[in-house]
Design a protein around this ligand. Structure first.
Ligand code: FE2
Length: 273
């Protein structure tokens, strides 16, 4: 059996429909969490203790826009090291991960794959025949590509050239599912993914993504800045997080310097002149 002595739990956070994955070596008791959510830190911490596990690493697949990561809180509770793509230049992470890096727990080794497109810094994590794809590849879907340096062209390349080059029986564990599915396989997504199956061309995919016209995630203005600091922005940096709404409601109290990229500056939310 490929994953001998592996403890594996797929955990769910229902508000953001996020999957958190617990991986551990049943002999050495060393554990890794992938994509923990701040709301479920207590649950995850309790489970680690109940199973007698020693959390070594907390890995985020990307800087999430729809929820705040539990990585900073869990690091405080356990002393585990946090990992995120080096491309975000986040100031809080212990491991700045890039293509080809490995993360070791017990006798198990996770391989780091860069899979940009949903965001510029999206990573996938591979442990033998298990592939944790974040939002790059979802079950019969994929993450949106319209903010955080997202790019439909890059996502197409990441999925079709990199992820689809894994064996067909590789099991896909995504960061989210909104319909109750828990896993898929590379073979099934190659055939059945309505956006990225092997019959879809790059141009078709770019058009599909352009036509989505999605609302921004509810928590984006809080979650993204917080997640650049492992979910602990206000506490660690002493700089409070102010939502766009607060600025609009109380403009005279603030001087605003807008340092967003051009595409964000010109987006549908508008900007302060
Ligand atoms: Fe995401």
């Amino acid at each position: 059996f490929m994953n001998k002595n592996l403890i594996f739990h797929q955990l769910f956070e229902k508000e953001s429909s996020t999957y958190t994955y617990l991986l551990a070596d049943s002999v050495t008791r060393e554990a890794v969490l992938i994509d923990p959510v701040i709301e479920t830190v207590e649950r995850d911490f309790k489970l680690l203790n109940e199973l007698g596990l020693n959390l070594k690493f907390i890995l985020d697949t990307h800087v999430h826009a729809d929820h705040i990561t539990g990585s900073g809180e869990l690091r405080k509770l356990t002393g585990a090291k946090t990992g995120l793509s080096s491309s975000y230049e986040a100031d809080c992470t212990d491991l700045q991960l890039k293509e080809g890096d490995t993360v070791q727990f017990g006798k198990h080794t996770i391989e780091v794959l860069t899979t940009p497109g949903h965001t510029a810094g999206c990573l996938s994590y591979k442990l033998n025949n298990m592939l944790f794809t974040g939002d790059a590849l979802l079950i019969r879907g994929c993450g949106r590509t319209d903010f955080q340096g997202g790019s439909s062209e890059n996502l197409f390349q990441s999925v079709r050239e990199k992820l689809f080059s894994c064996e067909d029986d590789t099991i896909i564990y995504p960061a989210h599912d909104y319909k109750g599915f828990t896993y898929s396989t590379i073979g099934h997504e190659k055939r059945l993914n309505p956006r990225l199956n092997e019959k879809i061309s790059k141009d078709q995919f770019v058009q599909i993504m352009k036509d989505l016209k999605l609302d921004l995630p509810k928590k984006i203005h809080e979650a993204v800045p917080a997640n650049m600091h492992c979910g602990l922005a206000s506490e660690d940096s002493h700089i409070p997080i102010i939502s766009a709404k607060m600025v609009f409601e109380d403009l005279q109290d603030y001087k605003v310097i807008d340092v967003r990229r051009m595409d964000e500056f010109n987006n549908e939310l508008g900007h302060i002149s």
